[in-house]
Design a protein around this ligand. Structure first.
Ligand code: AYL
Length: 518
């Protein structure tokens, strides 16, 4: 067995909950949360006070310890109050993409066993539709609530002074969704231990300074925004300027307004920073370090962005199932095309996915990772958990990679089905299942088609039902619109006679991928 160990000394496991850990890094007097568009802000004391008051109110309403709070909101300061309010009360938060259709929200509410749904007025209608047939009886609205819904402000009760007791290794603090290596999106069970150790592992390397501010546009419902921006950055004493949705001009303005030294981005934003003419009109000399993660960033693009900003362009690597960080590029030490080096307490292997033999150094194989940040498992899915976390506690990432002589990780391919559209996960199995409900489609397969802007585009191969004409791309899109969020939409369609499958009936995605590359 060839094990690549982190070059950093281990960090000790701390016995704090995620909220206790984040609060420990916060200066009560400092401005810690700022709503980008309006400038409305919270000090550390206001933030922590809000969390404790909400924890009190959630507990009084029976939505505290042991309950599941579904949080479906854009990035606004209250997002962080609700997340930590539920955690402080001993609950579990499942994070829902606010652009989801009612159909998708309904599925996640049921799968996660949600007890209450917190959202904003803009999504009240979707929420109302989505809770039908679920365990959610009430909808809580951040801001002014429509008739029949509960305003978040009304839940601000007498504060819960102490953290509700939880088992750090067993209690699920957050339940984001990820499709992992195969199949439908699954609830990823992350414990307080997972989240807290990943904060400490990352901060041991990241060298963040208290009092810095960054612009937080990466959605908090995804593990990148949730952990890296919200928890890790705030635990380091940083201030978050939140943006409810990405807008390049506002992003650039906020960077200069708050003199942001570091940015956390995804590849499509790297492309904009490297190429978009709008960047010319802004003085971004305050930016010293840019971390890009969640999807591949080519050495060329990383170089182009670094040159234009006059900064070090670096990558991090990880996945939801890793809380999410396993590899980062320390400050000023990004290597073009590389995804970083292992953070403390983290071991890696590069394994031949068929024979399970370790590959010789420098050669490509499947990346396996072991460390205290590995998830507890997939919710209600022991089979998927067992296929992903194998003997010895190794997590099979489904990514193809190698290490160079300096211990830098290079992700070169993806073994798993997952499609990344602008850094967002699209599970082919989910899109296929929806396509198969279309009356004129008898079989379907979905793969990612390489695209310079989005990274990959969901591309569907469909077989027409006997005696029927296959639907056009427009028809497929109109059909999927009410079922799937925009980013999962089929962007390319090919009608075929059959879908290539193995003897056991598995779609041969590689054959389809090779076919479009030819
Ligand atoms: P999920 N290069 C190539 N592919 C990547 C990279 C990268 N740097 N980072 C992530 N991926 C892909 O759960 C890879 O296929 O988490 C991986 O299995 O939505 C998958 O994305 C995981 O997708 C960090 C470190 C954020 C990690 C993250 C979260 C990644 C997104 C910040 O510093």
């Amino acid at each position: 067995m060839t094990i690549y160990k982190s070059s950093f000394p281990d960090v000790a496991l701390s016995d704090l909950t995620v909220s206790q850990r984040v609060f420990a890094g916060i200066d009560p007097e400092a401005t810690v949360l700022i709503d980008g568009p309006s400038g409305r802000s919270l000090t550390g004391a206001q933030f922590i006070g809000g969390v404790k008051a909400l924890a009190g109110g959630l507990t009084a309403r029976g939505w505290g310890a042991g309950k599941v709070v579904a949080l479906m909101a854009p990035n606004i300061p209250e997002y962080c109050v609700v997340f930590h309010g539920a955690a402080w009360a001993g609950g579990t938060v499942t994070t829902i993409n606010p652009t989801y259709t009612a159909h998708e929200v309904n599925h996640q509410l049921n799968d996660a066993g949600a007890d209450v749904l917190v959202t904003i007025a803009m999504f009240a209608e979707t929420a109302h539709e989505a809770i039908k047939g679920t365990g959610v009886s009430e909808i809580v609205i951040i801001g002014d609530a429509p008739e029949g819904m509960v305003p978040l402000a009304s839940l601000m009760g007498p504060p819960m002074v102490e953290q509700a007791p939880v088992d750090l290794d067993e209690h699920i603090a957050v339940l984001p969704y990820s499709s992992g290596t195969t199949g439908l999106p699954k609830g990823v069970m992350l414990t307080h231990r997972n989240l807290v150790v990943n904060i400490d592992q990352t901060l041991a390397v990241a060298d963040l300074a208290a009092g810095e501010k960054t612009v937080g546009f990466l959605p908090f419902f995804h593990i990148y925004g949730l952990q890296v921006l919200m928890n890790i950055y705030m635990a380091a004493g940083g201030g978050l300027v939140t943006m409810p949705r990405f807008d390049l001009e506002m992003f650039l303005n906020l960077i200069t307004q708050y003199q942001t030294p570091r940015l956390w981005i995804v590849p499509p934003v790297a492309l904009a920073l490297a190429k978009h003419p709008m960047v010319e009109g802004h003085d971004l000399s305050c930016v010293k370090h840019v971390n890009c993660a969640a999807a591949p960033l080519s050495a060329d693009l990383s170089d182009a962005m670094g040159r234009r900003l006059g900064t070090n362009a670096a990558q991090g690597y990880g996945m939801t199932e890793l809380s999410p960080v396993s590899h980062v590029s320390p400050y000023g030490k990004g290597k073009p095309g590389a995804s970083g080096i292992a953070i403390p307490n983290t071991e890696s292997r590069i394994v031949n996915p068929e024979t399970l033999a370790d590959m010789p150094p420098g050669e490509d194989g499947e990346l396996w990772v072991r460390g205290p940040q590995v998830m507890k498992g997939y919710l209600n899915n022991p089979a998927a958990t067992a296929a992903t976390i194998v003997e010895g506690g190794w997590l099979r990432t489904g990514d193809i990679a190698h290490f160079d002589a300096d211990g830098y990780l290079y992700i070169t391919d993806r073994l798993k089905e997952l499609i990344k559209y602008k850094g967002f996960q699209v599970a082919p199995a989910e899109v296929e299942a929806e396509l198969l409900t279309h009356p004129a489609i008898t079989d379907a397969a979905v793969i990612g088609k390489p695209d310079s802007e989005a990274g990959e585009l969901p591309m569907a191969f469909v077989v027409a039902a006997p005696g029927q004409a296959a639907p056009t791309l427009d028809e497929v899109q109109a059909y999927l619109e009410t079922r799937l969020a925009h980013y999962k939409q089929v962007r390319v369609l090919e009608v075929v006679d059959t879908i290539p499958k193995s003897a056991s009936g598995k779609i041969l995605r590689r054959v389809l991928r090779d076919g479009i590359a030819a």
